[in-house]
Each structure stands twice: as structure tokens, then as C-alpha cells.
Design a protein around this ligand. Structure first.
Ligand code: PMT
Length: 318
């Protein structure tokens, strides 16, 4: 079966999200407005996809990804002047608010008495500097209109959205980057084979046969986003095979960059693999303890590659 036929078959198994057309138009408008004022574009995918087991979903298969990589990277792309479409898993980490995700937000606040004796909510003095720093950046980004948040939950929602957004970004050629940090399920249950209602445990043990999700990188590079700059991630748990897996992905899909990471060390170290080089980016213990994000290094390195890519695709505009 050709890659295209495989994809048509995959999409035939699912109903598209009801917001798909509306979201595609929002991406189109966002991208046009930002390109008109010279901003380059990046579509970041972030978080894990779910695989529902029932049509009226109670249970699903999920994965570990919480969206740290994607949400942190979004902030650095914004800082460097990019317009960001942030396609993320519902309730996973988002740029800016991620800084407070581990905290109980009530601990940031206390009650104060107003002059008239009524009670009001105020921020604790010691919490103010961190809030102020993040809030200022967030407000600036909001006012600049350079951040568009889009949401998915299931693997099919993710794939429908990714295809629609790739089509919307196609007119912007090399100025659009795809930064595929989401952890996408390689397996799914076709909706025709799903139980309609909650699977009953009284029926005994559950046997599942999951179908294999076709690789999205193939149509993305060949059909959906032919002129864009595509960055995929490769995750393994075995550090001995990661380099070969990343190189294999690049050779197979022929996109621009693979960023390889090992689950246990992913916050401190990644390797950026292109056709001609392999570059390890890592944080020293000191940098890590100072709260520096490895994503800052990833984004800075990628921007150099993206700039060259744009120049090569549009030599007359140099
Ligand atoms: O969110 P965090 O907790 O911060 O974690 C970040 C991360 C580890 C999830 C991220 O850095 C990362 O590695 N994301 C990619 C994880 C992944 O899906 O790896 P993979 O080796 O299974 O897939 C490799 C590539 O193939 C991915 O870019 C994916 O987009 C692509 N893929 C996956 C499934 C599929 N059906 N088709 C694909 O093309």
C-alpha cells in the first residue's frame, strides 16, 4: 500500500474533530498576519496523545510526556521573535504557566484586609518577583499576537490537526518550521472496532489488538509541508541505540533535523542530527541547578539552521 493510501485509510477510521475547519482558518489567519510583519513561524507539537479504548471514552492508553520540552521551547522561540502555534495535549504544560505547574497556586496568595475592613486576595511578597517576571513576558507575548494555542487529546485529533495546519502553513514555504516534540502513539484502535460504551469488567480479561499508526513524518515531508523546515524528535530508553535510530530516521524521511534524546537524561542532554553533523547539546550540573533549560540551547542552534535553510530556498532575497 502507498503511504498516501495508508493515510487515507487511517483517516477513514475516525471522525475529524468538530473544530477542525475553524482551527485551520485560525492558523491561516495567524500565520498570514505574522508573516506580513516579518515573523517566522513555528508549529510546536507537545505532550502525549491518548488512544481511546471506547467510543464513549472512559479508558485510554497514554504515555509519559507532560509537555516540558514543547512548552519551554515555545518560550525561547517567542523570545527570538518567532510566531508560535502551540499544538498541545489538553491539560499538559503551556508556555509561561509551566513555571508554576508544580506549585499549589494558593501558596502564592494570602488574605489581606482592605481599609474598609473587607477581605481581599493579595500575592505574598516573597512570591512576587517570580510571578512578576513571568507575567511580564506573558503579557508582552499576548499583546504581540505571536502565540496561538491549539489543543488535542487523542492520537487521531492530533493527526487531523497536524495535517490541516500543515496545509495552512504551506503557502509560507521555508518560513514555517515544524517542531514535533509531541510523543505520538504508534498504535491505535480503529473507532469501528472500539466498544461503544464502557467495557465491562464482568466480561473477564481484556484482549486488545492495536493497529499500527502510519508514520506521519512521511506524508508531512512529502505531501503536507513540502517546503517547510521539519524537526522531529527521536526518543529511546536505550542509550546504545539512540544515535543509529536518529540517523536512520533522517535518512528515511529526508527532513532537516532529528533531535535525539534518552528518556532518563532528556532534561539535560540531546543530540541534534542533520545531514552533515551531529552536535550534542548539554547542560553542566551548574547550569542545570541554576534552572537553565536545555531547550534554550536547542532553539538557538535550530535558528542558525533555519536561517540558512531559508536563504538556500530563497537565494534572491538574501
Ligand atoms: O513532554 P516531555 O515530558 O518534556 O518529553 C519530551 C519528549 C521526550 C516527549 C520529546 O523530547 C520527544 O522525544 N518527542 C518525540 C517522542 C517520540 O514520539 O519519539 P518516537 O521515537 O516514538 O518517534 C519519533 C518521531 O516519529 C517523532 O518526532 C514523531 O513525531 C514521529 N512519529 C511518531 C509516531 C507516528 N505514528 N508517526 C511519526 O512520524
Amino acid at each position: 500500500m502507498t503511504a498516501n493510501a495508508e493515510w487515507e485509510e487511517y483517516f477513514d477510521h475516525f471522525v475529524p474533530p468538530s473544530t477542525l475547519q475553524h482551527n485551520q482558518k485560525a492558523v491561516q489567519d495567524f500565520a498570514s498576519a505574522n508573516r506580513q510583519i516579518g515573523h517566522d513561524l513555528v508549529l510546536i507539537t507537545s505532550g502525549g496523545t491518548t488512544v481511546p479504548l471506547e467510543n464513549n471514552t472512559v479508558r485510554f492508553v497514554d504515555n509519559f510526556s507532560v509537555g516540558s520540552r514543547g512548552s519551554s521551547s515555545a518560550e525561547y522561540f517567542l523570545e527570538r521573535g518567532y510566531a508560535v502555534i502551540f499544538l498541545h495535549r489538553h491539560r499538559s504544560l503551556q508556555p509561561f504557566s509551566r513555571h508554576f505547574a508544580k506549585d499549589n497556586f494558593l501558596e502564592y496568595l494570602h488574605l489581606e484586609q482592605d481599609l474598609d475592613g473587607s477581605e481581599k486576595v493579595a500575592v505574598k511578597t516573597e512570591m512576587s518577583p517570580k510571578l512578576l517576571e513571568v507575567l511580564k513576558k506573558y503579557e508582552e507575548v499576548k499583546a504581540s499576537g505571536r502565540l496561538l494555542l491549539m489543543v488535542f487529546t487523542t492520537v487521531s485529533d492530533y493527526l487531523f490537526n497536524l495535517r490541516a495546519f500543515a496545509e495552512a502553513l504551506h503557502p509560507f514555504g521555508p518560513h514555517a518550521m515544524f517542531y514535533l516534540a509531541a510523543a505520538v502513539s504508534d498504535f491505535y484502535v480503529p473507532s469501528s472496532q472500539m466498544a461503544k460504551h464502557k467495557i465491562r469488567s464482568s466480561n473477564g480479561p481484556l484482549e486488545l489488538k492495536l493497529q499500527q499508526t502510519p508514520k506521519l513524518l512521511s506524508p508531512l515531508v512529502k505531501d503536507w509541508a513540502t517546503d517547510a523546515f521539519v524537526v522531529s524528535f527521536k526518543l529511546e530508553t536505550n542509550k546504545d541505540i539512540i544515535a543509529a535510530c536518529a540517523r536512520e530516521a533522517l535518512d528515511k524521511y529526508k527532513h532537516q533535523v532529528v533531535i535525539s534524546n534518552v528518556l532518563a537524561t532528556r532534561r539535560k542532554q540531546v543530540t541534534l542530527v542533520t545531514k552533515t553533523e551531529e552536535k550534542m547539546l548539554s547542560l553542566s550540573d551548574h547550569e542545570f541547578h541554576m534552572g537553565i533549560d536545555v531547550e534554550q540551547k536547542i532553539v538557538d542552534e535550530l535558528l542558525k539552521h533555519h536561517k540558512v535553510f531559508i536563504q538556500e530556498k530563497q537565494p534572491s532575497r538574501r
